[in-house]
Write a new protein. Structure first.
Length: 276
């Protein structure tokens, strides 16, 4: 199963009009997944220099400004699901887009991008995940929370459930299963059956301990449950997730990460934290 970790990928656009050359650069944390759904507040266009307004009129959304060296004014922007920095000259007549480095090779653009674009967006996404319909696996006061898009017919979801037992049983991690039905025709009915019980957490435990063999179907699916499944699917689509399991979590540095597909054993500490 394909796997990618959305972590620290950013596209630098060289030459705005043509957008011909694209350079991938590792950055503080990536949110390719989130721009379709959440956009930061946009700065009023009439308060921007004319050179910056030209970018705004071509589709960029200016979300904040920051001080830059040598009297320049920096702007954080979003364009086609990417975070971009713009730098205007003192008189506002000229602008360039891309990263700005100091004489030591330090990238001066990462901090404002993280502060003005990525961190606010991550908070919005996390809030949406919290409001989704999920089934808790683990203690409510666990130090780490991991959201997981789960299909009842996903063998990798069963495998991850088993591998996560030491972290969950220790009380250090709570996994919140956002139920979806994408793998087979009866996946929605199985997911609905788990959500429709008096104790979904216990129902999920019994289901997972049987490795999915002890499953029930809820057919027809009640309208209220179908709406919850539909909303979960919309959230999954909004983060560009195309496989289960897909995991979203804050890493040890406080940056939002996404893992799509079954994690490798040596990646579990990164996702779930250290046991000892």
């Amino acid at each position: 199963m394909n796997k990618f970790v959305i972590s620290l990928i950013h596209y630098l656009w060289l030459g705005f009009s043509g957008l011909g050359a694209v350079m991938q650069i590792k950055m503080i944390f990536a949110v390719q997944v989130f721009f379709l759904m959440f956009s930061p507040a946009v700065v009023a266009i009439d308060s921007l220099p004319l050179a910056i307004q030209a970018f705004e009129k071509q589709g960029m959304h200016i979300v904040g400004r920051f001080d830059a060296p040598n009297g320049m004014q920096g702007y954080a922007a979003e364009y086609q699901k990417q975070g971009i920095t713009l730098y205007a000259s003192r008189d506002g007549k000229f602008v360039f887009n891309g990263y700005l480095y100091d004489k030591f090779g330090k990238n001066l653009s990462l901090e404002p991008l993280n502060e003005l674009v990525y961190t606010p967006m991550a908070k919005q996404v996390w809030s949406r995940l919290e409001k989704s319909t999920w089934i808790a696996d683990g203690e409510s006061n666990a130090a780490r929370v991991v959201y997981m898009f789960t299909d009842p017919n996903c063998p990798y979801c069963h495998q991850f459930w088993q591998q996560a037992r030491p972290w969950v049983d220790s009380g250090k991690v709570q996994i919140r299963h956002i139920m979806v039905g994408i793998i087979s025709h009866d996946s929605p009915a199985k997911a609905a059956a788990l959500l429709n019980t008096n104790n979904p957490s216990e129902a999920l435990r019994i289901f997972e301990e049987s490795k999915g063999k002890n499953s029930k179907l809820l057919d027809p699916i009640p309208v209220v449950i179908q709406r919850k499944l539909d909303e979960n699917q919309l959230i999954m689509d909004s983060v560009d997730a195309v496989a289960t399991p897909t995991l979203l979590y804050f890493d040890d540095t406080g940056h939002l990460q996404q893992q799509q597909g079954m994690p490798k054993p040596d990646e579990l500490n990164q996702i779930l934290g250290k046991l000892n």
